[in-house]
Design a protein around this ligand. Structure first.
Ligand SMILES: [Zn+2]
Length: 59
């Protein structure tokens, strides 16, 4: 099982993709990427909800 997220699903135009077998790990990668590349200093509940709803699960 792999959890994956395309940042572009949350931030239109971004081509970054994250994948891990740990959902928390994907969230951690996204958080670091958001800070470094999108100037987001804090994952607010709204952002987090958007990110979580776009995480895809594949076998
Ligand atoms: Zn991005």
């Amino acid at each position: 099982m792999k959890f994956s997220l395309s940042c572009g699903d949350v931030v239109p135009g971004c081509v970054a993709r994250f994948e891990s077998d740990s959902r928390d790990d994907v969230l951690g990668q996204v958080g670091a990427h958001a800070v470094a590349h999108h100037g987001i200093t804090e994952l607010t509940p709204d952002v987090l909800r958007s990110v979580e709803s776009n995480i895809a699960l594949s076998a």
